[in-house]
Ligand binder design. Sequence first.
Ligand code: G6P
Length: 613
Amino acid sequence: MCGIIGYVGPRQAGPLLLEGLRRLEYRGYDSAGIAVMNGGGVPSLVKSVGKLESLAACLNGSFPEGTVGIGHTRWATHGRPSDTNAHPHCDCDSDVVVIHNGIVENYLALRQRLRDEGHSFRSDTDTEVIPHLIESELAQGQSLVDAVRRTIAQIEGAHALLVMSACQPDTVVAARVGNAGGVVVGYGDGEMFLSSDLPALLPHTNRMVFLTNGDVAAVTRNGATYWAGNGGPEQRVPQSIPFDPMAAAKGGYKHFMLKEIMEQPEAVLDTIRGRIQFDPLGLQLEDMPPTDALKRIQRVVLVAMGTSLHAAMVGKHYIEQIAGLPAEVDNASEYRYRKPIIGPATLLISVAQSGETVDTLEAMAEAKKSGALEITVCNTPGSQATRVADGVVYTRCGLEIGVASTKTLLGSIVALYMLACYLGQERGKLDETQLAELLTPLAHMPQLIGSVVGREHEFESLAHAFFRHQDFLYLGRGIEYPIAMEGALKLKEVSYIHAEGYPAGEMKHGPIALIDQEMPVVTIVVRDDLRDKMISNLEQVKARDGIVIALATEGDEEIAKIADHVIYLPETTPLLMPLLTAIPLQLLAYHIAVYRGCDVDQPRHLAKTVTVE
Ligand code: G6P
């Protein structure tokens, strides 16, 4: 989950590392640090607990001299946030420096062994064993690359790391083991960049190589050499990544979260663009498995985490109702450990913004072992999920920087809708009329989404009325239940208010006991088959003097007679309505958090990409 940056080239590394870390801070913000190799081949370290501003204040514009360096923003796992526990970490003589993302699962045993061998430790982290292990290997005459390769063979768990050493001061060695997050090597003109993530590299280059499991790379200013597993050196051809570097800027918005909410019409349009044709009617998805393989599918399992899980829960309805296949959805962290029954007739659909969430990747690995066909819905080209899957539906939402996902929820829902239509089309389940009935309203969604985000001030006023409340309940049914879950998740993530999302039918089995005049109940009561059931639930809340905020379909006057506040949304088909109901809930959470003075783009304890269990 930590942010990793590296530079090798002719320019001073320090300012570039700090700028890169600014673009990666959403990865973790417990501490930050840089190490720069000076002309004499000695690494200089500067690190500081807290957000990146603390490191910037420590540096105060005066960077260690040198043109090779590495930097890190930390999301603490082992050892509380402190200056000492901040990365980079060193060996005894401080001439091997390491930054690391992941957990060294056998660090206790390794630390004891190294102590017995005379190594002394400064921090409480698991990471610190790595520079000491490399130091031991170098002392036995290994080259730096071999020392790193022999070290990663000794550490258990999943890791992404960058290493510098006085013994080879013009090189940064990078390694990826398992699914602890990516390492991307960026090719500049006479200079090279490394990062855990694209935003830090895009201002400099869009030519990238993504390390895969078991890869080690030795990077100098002239390029990189790669080793895969136990094999010999090999060349890799950089691929061009289409992201716009300007996406990493706030573009006049106060927060990335708001910018990304406002970008949703475009994100959805870009996700649909070029994939739907009306004359002749059809849906073309690139990167799909062969139709024969799709015809063999008998059931679908969707896995994801966080906001992507809520998109997957909506997707389950699409797979069942549109593709006509039995579908189940599972939290990836549960799925991977529950010995699921998977067979070659199972299609596993994973959903991930980053394509690097460890639980989602491990769930994919579990299903792959049993021969499942895999399609991933993903926003990040080149990410691990896209490389492992047999097919990819890219969501084309552009970079998402806000830690709380927003536009990628809508992108994923749209991608799942199209995937369900595609499965229906290729499997011969949908005729042309049915396909037209499904695709025509989808084509209108960017405009409808635009009309809802355009009413931001209305949701801000609502937030002003409610930002002092301490508990919220969100209720929805059917395809809107995941959106109720997402509304509650957004609120707790960015405002730290306690919020719960429930299927409305479950309310009377417990949550109803909480209802009073202090806890607003946000209900999604749009015009669909379950509207009347939802109205009954609204009445049950009102009968207990609860406060009801309702999301309803334009023209449904009856709701205004029951609810205390109504947000009317334009009508579309019930299947596509989640693309509209999600938006007021995102903006309500955003504005409540802003009124409460919370750091919406970097909520406490969270990280954008979760690469540890
Ligand atoms: C973290 C982020 C969430 C995101 C989740 C899944 O918890 O804070 O916003 O939804 O990870 O991430 P993924 O990249 O797999 O969609």
